[in-house]
Design a protein around this ligand. Structure first.
Ligand code: BGC
Length: 743
């Protein structure tokens, strides 16, 4: 436990000064308050020793580059992500970093989002589980996390001004849900507010967000820091709940804070609160530093990065059991990314890796005596050799080998913080190359690297086997070789749907908005919630991923408990190889009173490695909090009672076993007002009783559908109470009814 620091010795100037950074990465040391060093980021420590910047261009000290969130999320594995967090924390400590600026947990609303590679998923439950594991891992080493970017920061276009205009239900149920889960369960030391506005108000000046919701509802007790350069009006931000403006050093906004206090427009209590929260952070840092520095972890963490990356690879397709590769067969490895891997994105999260596995070399290492040729196939930059010549060389190599392994993907220059993508196509020359290779060599495996989702319909139409790595970090090359040769049986799952075309995506017409406003018109229907509810074709569904073995689901048991729905299901390895299965639990509430996706992910579990024939009983809890929807009429979470449909499956479209369970709902009484309809009043026991009393037999006769006819009854039921006077109802009786209905 860290005690609350005593700031009584500090002058007002010093308290104001604590609320902005000393320079690019550190806070100020004032009085007994220590300076705190922060740095990016989510998949590796970007500690800059010389020139500083937040765009990833200046060099940083070498650190292990773990799979960026796009890859890591494909593990769906909470324990694995926690271990990555622990390793990041140890490296941060060794590099003198006190707070790591991550995890990034914004929802992938649109596949064009420029920072999607830094985010986990299109689903808030999966994002929340993984983000909490990351924070827990990092903070277990005495290093703080910075949960970012709070909130609704789902595009890069115009990011410092753009307003994310989101209705309350999607804001709560999709965009804030992961943040809430992580704050409550993992207690990050800091939360970083985003650049954008939310429903017109800058995140950095949004009192509802930073104070009412974050602290009031979720109980956040850490420091709120700004994204780098997100503060336009520091006094307004301090009032809203911001504690620390980053970066700092000019002193300009400290003077503004003092002036605002002098003018009476800024409450000194808010400045004190900010100073106290920064001082408390510094105290946690001091306690964390006492845990000491790790010894050199370079080798150990590279091995961990390889093991983790292998768990993030998704086997999208495997016709004829082409994979794993049979030992002894000659290989034609094709594609620039085999020799020059794409393993992370650009911008502030860019890490200077301690070493880099090259897929081609790793494949050669595992291929043993079998010949492995390499042809570049295509070039992302001008190499002086034309596309036709590169393709012809690759096709010849493919023809002379037993199997072709073709590395495709999007170029690094297309994917970075700071801008969105214009499209989701693979470069045309890559698809042409693949078509020509497959014509020459039907035994072709495709290996994909990309930060944002790419359209795979053209690849799926050609290649019998496809491995999707997303971005896998510095050891991705070794991990891919492990999966190709079956050293590791793939268990990765897509954390984002692969749509048939960009035009099918939910925000297609509403991205990235105009005139600094983005209307989230698709509401709750983000990702698979959209495709599945509309029953649209997709190329690969959310949660999809094959294995070299097969699994059977059986013995589903569902039980309603006070905490939620307890789920048990048996998973048996029915194939011939050792493997692990990712069990996904989806729910639906048919006949719900509110608009709901056709199904939603509510829990995830990963089995142990199961031997052929072995089985495991997996237990999961669907917590009431996760089953609740946001009821806008009373502005709170409500669990609706009813018969919930629960499925355990291997993707949102591969539901293996299902059942129903009756769950008691929360009390929900919608206040009856003059604007309530007669039907609503009659459905409310207290109001219906008052109606009967005030109007005598009227409600009974109106409730008798056979007397009035069903059509007539439905019409009458939709009349608001205050319109009844137009039909001759005495206004005094109405007032009496409303007074009684409040009881
Ligand atoms: C990014 C943050 C990052 C910060 C510091 C900003 O541009 O949005 O994610 O932590 O820079 O590098």
């Amino acid at each position: 436990m860290t005690s609350t620091p005593d700031l009584t010795d500090l002058a007002p100037q010093q308290r104001a000064a604590l609320g902005s950074g000393a320079d690019f990465w550190t806070t100020k040391a004032i009085g007994s308050v220590t300076a705190v060093t922060m740095t990016d980021g989510p998949h590796g420590v970007r500690r800059q020793a010389g020139a500083t910047d937040h765009l990833g261009s200046a060099e940083s000290l070498p650190a292990t580059c773990f799979p960026p969130a796009v890859g890591l999320a494909q593990s769906w594995d909470v324990d694995l992500v926690r271990r990555v967090g622990e390793a990041l924390g140890r490296e941060a400590r060794a590099l003198g970093v006190d707070v790591l600026l991550g995890p990034g947990v914004n929802i992938k609303r649109d596949p064009r989002g420029g920072r999607n590679f830094e985010y986990y998923s299109e689903d808030p439950s999966l994002t929340g589980l993984l983000g909490a594991a990351w924070v827990t891992g990092v903070q277990s080493t005495g290093v703080g996390a910075s949960l970012k970017h709070f909130a609704a920061n789902n595009a890069e276009h115009d990011r410092m001004r753009s307003s994310s205009d989101v209705d309350t239900r999607p804001l709560r149920e999709i965009y804030l849900r992961a943040f809430a889960h992580i704050v409550r369960t993992a207690r990050p030391w800091t939360v970083m507010c985003s650049y954008n506005r939310i429903n017109g108000v800058h995140a950095a000046q949004n009192r509802w967000l930073l104070t009412d919701v974050l602290r009031g509802e979720w109980g956040f007790d850490g420091a709120v820091i700004s994204d780098w350069g997100a503060v336009a009006d520091r006094p307004a931000s301090v009032t809203a709940g911001l504690d620390l403006e980053m970066p700092g050093g000019s002193g300009i906004s400290d003077a503004q804070v003092l002036a605002a206090m002098a003018a009476g427009t800024l409450d000194p209590a808010d400045v004190d609160r900010a100073a106290r929260n920064v001082a408390t952070l510094a105290a946690k840092v001091v306690a964390g530093r006492e845990l000491g520095r790790a010894v050199d972890t370079t080798d150990e963490h590279h091995r961990l990065a390889r093991a983790v990356a292998a768990r993030c690879v998704v086997l999208l397709r495997n016709d004829r059991g082409l994979l794993p590769l049979t030992p002894g067969r000659s290989l034609a490895v094709i594609g620039e990314f085999a020799a020059e891997p794409r393993y992370q994105g650009g911008g502030s999260s860019h890490v200077n890796p301690t070493r880099l596995d090259v897929p081609l070399e790793e494949i050669r290492a595992l291929a043993g005596a079998a010949p492995v040729s390499y042809s570049r196939g295509f070039a992302t930059a001008d190499t002086g050799v034309g596309a036709d010549a590169l393709r012809a060389e690759a096709v010849a190599a493919a023809r002379h080998a037993d199997v072709a392994v073709v590395f495709l993907g999007s170029a690094a220059a297309q994917e970075s913080e700071g801008f969105d993508r214009q499209h989701i196509e693979l470069p045309a020359e890559q698809v042409e190359l693949l078509a020509a290779v497959v014509r020459a060599q039907p035994e072709t495996v495709v290996v994909l690297a990309h930060g944002g989702v790419v359209r795979l319909a053209p690849v799926a139409a050609l290649a019998p086997a496809i491995l999707d790595g997303g971005l896998l970090g510095q050891a991705g090359g070794g991990a891919l070789a492990d999966v190709l040769f079956g050293v590791v049986n793939p268990s990765g799952r897509l954390a984002e749907t692969v749509p048939v075309r960009l035009q099918d995506t939910p925000a297609y017409l509403g991205f990235p908005g105009e005139n600094s406003h983005v209307r989230y018109g698709e509401g709750l229907y983000v990702g698979y919630r959209w495709y599945d509810s509309r029953d649209m074709d997709v190329t690969y569904p959310f949660g999809h991923g094959l294995s070299y073995t097969t699994f059977e689901y059986s013995d589903l048991a569902l039980a309603a408990e006070p905490a939620g729905i307890a789920v048990r299901v048996r998973v048996t390895n029915t194939g011939s190889r050792v493997g692990r299965e990712v069990v996904q639990v989806y729910t639906a509430l048919p006949g719900s009173a509110v608009s709901r996706p056709v199904r939603e992910l509510k829990a995830v579990a990963v089995t142990a490695e199961l031997e052929p024939g072995a089985s495991e009983e997996v237990s999961l809890l669907l917590r009431r909090d996760d089953l609740a929807y946001w009821e806008t009429r009373v502005d709170r979470w409500i669990v609706e009672g009813g018969a919930y449909q629960v499925w355990a499956g291997a993707s949102s479209r591969d539901l293996r076993i299902g059942g129903q369970v009756q769950l008691a709902g929360d009390d929900l009484r919608i206040p009856i007002t003059a604007e309530s309809t007669l039907g609503e009043a009659m459905a409310d026991p207290a109001a219906a009783a008052a109606l009967a009393e005030v109007f005598g037999g009227m409600s009974e006769s109106m409730g008798d559908a056979t007397a009035l006819g069903v059509d007539m009854m439905r019409m009458i039921a939709s009349i608001p109470l205050n319109r009844l006077t137009g039909f001759g109802v005495d206004p005094e009786k109405l007032d009496a009814l409303l007074a009684r209905g409040d009881d």
